[in-house]
Design a protein around this ligand. Structure first.
Ligand code: NAI
Ligand code: 15L
Length: 265
């Protein structure tokens, strides 16, 4: 493709994905509200607040695909979630509608279903059970994307990312971990698939321990290769197993289920 837009490109996943997916496009437009540093030769920088409709319209114009990572990524005050994750997503989809409907990969989250217990396998079409306002914002994002698909044919992969980081850091992540390389391979599969539709995809590696199954999305041809299991022995030593009654051991969303509602002051 000619131009791929990455929002949230200054964040943890943005920084990890930029070198890994550079080969997917001739030009990668990197965007964030935060400082993006200097551009690589194949990159162009556009600083933008997702809550600013006019700026998002300019951002999306000329792009063939969008990797949407930008937004508030943990529990936070509603005003911040409202601007970045609700208004920001609406702005992005309206801009996409105005500019040829580039395919979108939306970084959704396991926190859409965080209140399921860890002994309950969850199907992609099971009722949402968000574990906080952040999780609710991802439910909104999935619903918005689905509506734009049904009404206008806008294609989106709704990737419910588990824990995408260098390595798992607690026992819960033996089930939720996705390696950076597996995420990069998923992004490539999403943007190369002849037909995408609007599937929910669980963003996890090929972990032995798992609560989610991607059988319904096999047509994407994505084959994750990493497995959190190789970190089990290390995690047994530190941080060790959580208490059986700890939210970390009970709920799929782990400690997010215990976050308060952060008030504005
Ligand atoms: P991050 O917090 O490191 O990066 C998010 C980026 O979005 C930041 O650079 C931030 O400046 C930017 N941003 C925030 N508000 C913005 C606004 N109003 N306008 C423009 N940019 C704004 O998060 P991370 O870990 O890189 O995650 C990326 C995406 O993936 C997020 O949407 C997050 O919810 C989602 N996700 C990540 C998971 C993970 O394990 N890292 C798990 C599940 C979902
Ligand atoms: C998320 O949605 C967060 O963005 C990320 O920071 C992790 O905490 C991840 O979920 C997780 O559940 O481990």
């Amino acid at each position: 493709m000619k131009r791929l837009l990455i929002t949230g490109a200054a964040g943890a996943l943005g920084r990890a994905m930029r070198p890994r997916i550079a080969h997917l496009a001739e030009v990668v437009r990197v965007s964030d509200i935060a400082d993006l540093g200097s551009a690589a030769p194949h990159e162009e920088i556009m600083t933008c607040d997702l809550g600013d409709a006019a700026a998002v319209d300019r951002l999306v114009e000329g792009c063939d695909a969008i990797l949407h990572l930008g937004g508030i990524s943990v529990e936070d005050k509603f005003s911040k979630i409202l601007n970045a994750n609700l208004l920001g997503l609406y702005n992005l989809y309206e801009a996409a509608r105005a500019h040829g409907q580039p395919r979108i990969l939306f970084a959704s989250s396991n926190h859409t279903v965080g209140f399921y217990r860890q002994d309950e396998p969850v199907a992609a079409d099971a009722p949402m059970r968000p574990d906080g306002l952040y999780g609710v914002s991802k439910c909104f994002g999935e619903a918005l994307a689905r509506m734009y698909f049904e009404k206008f044919g806008q294609e989106t992969a709704l990737v419910r990312i588990g824990s995408c980081m260098e390595k798992p850091t607690n026992h819960r992540m033996l089930s939720t971990w996705m390696s950076y390389d597996d995420f990069a391979a998923l992004i490539a599969a999403v943007f190369r698939a002849p037909m995408l539709g609007c599937p929910i995809v669980w963003g996890i590696s090929d972990n032995d321990s798992r609560w989610w199954d991607n059988g319904h999305a096999a047509y994407l041809g994505w084959r994750p290769r990493d497995n959190a299991e190789r970190f089990r022995a290390e995690l047994e030593l530190s941080p060790g197993r959580p208490e059986p009654s700890s939210p970390l051991a009970v709920y799929q969303g782990g400690m997010f289920t215990r976050d308060p509602i952060f008030t504005e002051e």
